[in-house]
Design a protein. Structure first.
Length: 326
């Protein structure tokens, strides 16, 4: 090989690395395509059915919506372990409101508002009082789960869903909930990419001290980020209630791991400063496809959990390798 050829190959390699660095979601997209094709070839009679594709889309909604909020949090260098508890509490609040005679819109808005209030409280503790997000949200996770159980008297709350059960499933196959989730994804993506607030979010996650010197108030940014994330978790709770049609205080245990995994798989490092809505949605879709494909292959649940854990470890390892190359 001549020196010119070697230089040409190095140039191509550098350009490829540059593209991957600017668009970290390309890796998750490639993985999603490969996994989808493999499962499609392995079980084409069931996996590729339209009904199964719609089911996977619906199953991705809750994780995907919650991942929108988690993306903003992780970009700032934080984390939130209370996602599952917020979603469970939201289902309980909605069910309790419906049982007491409230309308579906009022019940849903109340549930989302509770999520936003929780996020604001966490934002105050993390932003104003500079407490560690891991510790704050670990405590919040336990406390909110207890609140949900107290409201529900440690049992499920049965109620008439009054149309909320059609958010994700309708007579036409796909309810409006999917389009609500897509609309929120577009809104968050545009906010992070084209607004001053979005630039501040990335600046705080990249270097909080430098952001403060540049005139940015990190505590204010974090307060807004956790409040918006709480609202997203509340919307995820509404979608979860749509599938459950009951208020279940024990629901969504472990959901926080799926949400965090989706964001990390999508290319957002836990150190902060980077992340994208596209990558997080692709990460959520990848996890759904893997879980659904495993079910179609007849793999037991414990194997699915091992595979999911392995995917998270590999995603973090690839992220570290990407940073090392840069």
């Amino acid at each position: 090989m001549t020196s010119a050829q070697g230089a040409g190959r190095r140039g191509v390699s550098q350009r490829v690395r540059g593209v991957l660095a600017e668009r970290p979601w390309i890796g998750p997209l490639a993985a999603l395509v490969v996994v989808f094709v493999l499962f499609g070839l392995a079980t084409p009679e069931t996996f590729l059915r339209t009904q199964n594709l719609l089911t996977m889309a619906r199953q991705t909604v809750v994780v995907g919506v919650c991942a929108l909020g988690m993306t903003m949090i992780i970009v700032t260098g934080g984390i939130d372990l209370s996602v599952g508890s917020v979603v469970a509490l939201t289902t309980v609040i909605i069910a309790a409101r419906l049982r007491d005679g409230a309308g579906p819109v009022s019940a849903a808005v109340t549930g989302v508002a509770v999520g936003g209030a929780v996020g604001a409280a966490v934002g105050v503790l993390v932003g104003r009082f500079r407490m560690m997000p891991f510790v704050v949200t670990l405590g919040t996770m336990s406390a909110l789960r207890g609140v949900a159980k107290g409201i529900a008297k440690e049992q499920k709350i049965d109620c008439d869903p009054r149309g909320l059960d059609t958010l994700l499933v309708s007579a036409q196959g796909m309810g409006p909930g999917l389009f609500v989730a897509l609309g929120l994804a577009v809104l968050v993506a545009l906010t992070l990419t084209y607004t001053r607030f979005g630039r501040h979010v990335f600046a705080v996650g990249s270097n909080e001290a430098a952001a403060r010197l540049a005139g940015i108030d990190p505590s204010h940014v974090k307060l807004l980020v956790y409040t918006l994330a709480g609202l997203a978790f509340g919307v995820g709770g509404v979608m979860e209630f749509s599938t459950l049609t009951v208020g279940d205080p024990t629901d969504s245990i472990g959901l926080e791991l799926d949400v965090i995994a989706a964001v990390v798989i999508g290319g957002a490092p836990l150190a902060g400063g980077e992340g994208s809505v596209v990558g997080s949605i692709l990460g959520a879709l990848l996890m759904t496809v893997i879980k659904t494909g495993a079910v179609h292959l007849g793999l037991p649940t414990w194997v699915q959990e091992i595979v999911t854990g392995g995917i998270i470890v590999v995603a973090v390892a690839l992220d570290r390798a990407r940073y090392a190359r840069r």
